[in-house]
Every structure is written in structure tokens, then in C-alpha cells.
Design a protein around this ligand. Sequence first.
Ligand code: HEC
Length: 147
Amino acid sequence: MKFRTLAAAAMIAAFGAGVVVAADEPQVVRQEMMKKVGGAMGALAGIAKGEKPFDADVVKASLTTMDEVAKAFPDQFPPGSETGAETEAGPKIWEDAAGFKAESDKFAASIEAVLASPPADQAAVGPALGSLGASCKSCHEVYRVKK
Ligand code: HEC
């Protein structure tokens, strides 16, 4: 249990460092951010399915990782990054930047709602996952093109 907590903490630390350095292309930076979101959802799903023991620290760290991404994500789409690095970012991100920002804000708000009263046991993780998963789908449908 301790190890998993440390691993989650290291993940967050690595993420923070990535944001500060940001020497990479924005296409790569934002893909790495989404990979972290995918990893965090995977950690929660493991608990929800009972494959991993419930660990309040892991739950909190996963939610915090996603919250940080949700807040920083809209800034990773500067002009000129519409293509390249096998980006799956859809043209609507630039056509409707305000809508995209609103979608990210909605994602952050739903994460923060869960963080305000985090799942206290394994049974509560599944419903929280469901509420967050709806955000992934609603944004991907409009703003992500599958390559
Ligand atoms: C505000 C919009 C938005 C939300 C919300 C969102 N995504 Fe994404 N996601 C994107 C965009 C845009 C891309 C494509 C980025 C690129 O390739 O440049 C992407 C790409 C991805 C990728 C592929 C990363 C890679 O390897 O290139 C994964 C995995 C992913 N999202 C998972 C998730 C999960 C899981 C959630 C919900 C918990 C989520 N996303 C929520 C917009 C969003």
C-alpha cells in the first residue's frame, strides 16, 4: 500500500516537472497529459473492479492528477500545433476555442466535485468513475479525431 502511494506521488511530481519544463512540442506534452489521465482512470477502475485494494491515497492522487491536467490542458493548443506528432486533436479546438475551454472547465468541475467528497470505500469508486467517464466521452466526441 505504501509503495503504491509513493508511486502515485512520484507520478504527480513527474507531471508537475513536465509542465514547468515544457520544452517538448505541445502535441507531445498534451498527449502525455492525456496518458496520465488514462493512467489515473485505470488506477480507479482497478479499485472499482476489485483488482486492487481500496486505497484512499491512490484515489485522491488519481483525482488530483486529473484535476491538474484539466486545468492546464486548454493551454496546450497554440496556433501551429494543429498537426504533427500524430496528434488526434480535432479542428474544432481552434474553431471553437471557448467551447473547448468550457469543456475542460466542466471536466475540472466534475473532478473537483468528486474530490470535495472523495469515495470512502471501494463501492463508491465505481459511481465516481462513471461521472468522470462521461466527460471523457463528451469532449472526445467533439474535439478529438481518431487516427
Ligand atoms: C476537454 C477535452 C477532453 C477531456 C475532458 C478528455 N480528453 Fe482525452 N483527449 C482530448 C484530446 C483533444 C486528445 C488528443 C490530444 C492530441 O493527440 O494532441 C485526447 C487524447 C486522449 C488519449 C490519447 C493520448 C495519447 O496517447 O496520445 C487518452 C488515453 C485520453 N485522451 C483519455 C482520456 C480520459 C480517460 C478522459 C476522462 C477521464 C479524457 N481523456 C478526457 C481531449 C479530452
